[in-house]
Design a protein around this ligand. Sequence first.
Ligand code: CP
Length: 308
Amino acid sequence: MSELSVSHLLGIKYINEKDIQLIFETADHFKEVIQRPIKKVPSLRDITIANLFFENSTRTRLSFELAEKRLSADVVNFSASSSSVKKGETLIDTVNNILAMKVDMVVMRHPNPGAGVFLSKHINAAIVNAGDGTHEHPTQALLDSYSIRERLGDVAGKKVVIVGDILHSRVALSNIYALKLQGAEVMVCGPKTLIPKYIHELGVKVSHNLREALNWCDVANMLRVQNERMDISYFPSTREYAQQYGVTKDILERLDKEIVIMHPGPINRGVEITTEVADSNQAIILDQVENGVAVRMAVIYLLASKIK
Ligand code: CP
């Protein structure tokens, strides 16, 4: 039987193309399972998973919890805001106390880049990175590629532009790694201040012109401007950002082809995309959310099969 090349999912940087295909094939099976009246399989009845969220989340947290429950795992949830972290406990002590209660797998979102890699060197459990600061968000990139594959048949050879706040985006970095591994062409587009200087080292094209980027691509992945990660102003005003980098129905209608619009959420309607675009048939935003559960079931199932 095929298995993943890794024991943790800490980032797309640490996996290979075969791992991605194995996750997608396994997710295809789980997607069929979650369409059934009983959306559950008994696969992980003997596994306990802790969801540790040190940073806010709606989609990722609920998606992981549903994925775990649909695999019949036992699940415990932890929020930093209501925990003893507030009393000064270290990350390793917090996690080791949770593991002492016989937890097999940890799903962690943390504001610090590299938190999952750090933890993997100190604890004895499988770790899934659910977003570590501005570093990586591997399951988001996997569900994004899975959704492109579902809509366009394949990821290889497709042209994907990632638009917006590339500098602060873990979604952008994980997507770049995942798309390149699968043979897609990748462009990033945004104001110069929001494109990191090292971006060319990742083998992507760069544009600062939204219309040029949209004319080039098959898929546009629209990112949110992450004001919570900015301690200075990177562009004059939100209104000017929306005028230069926001996708409207009018802009889409002027293109000579129909492109696919993606967004990882949460959306700032009227900033990176208008309501008309977000709710149009070209947008696959809710498909991404639906696919997230199947993809996370696949990741958890495949990692759990390595600890059994
Ligand atoms: N896409 C994403 O990570 O959303 P949440 O922050 O709501 O989990």
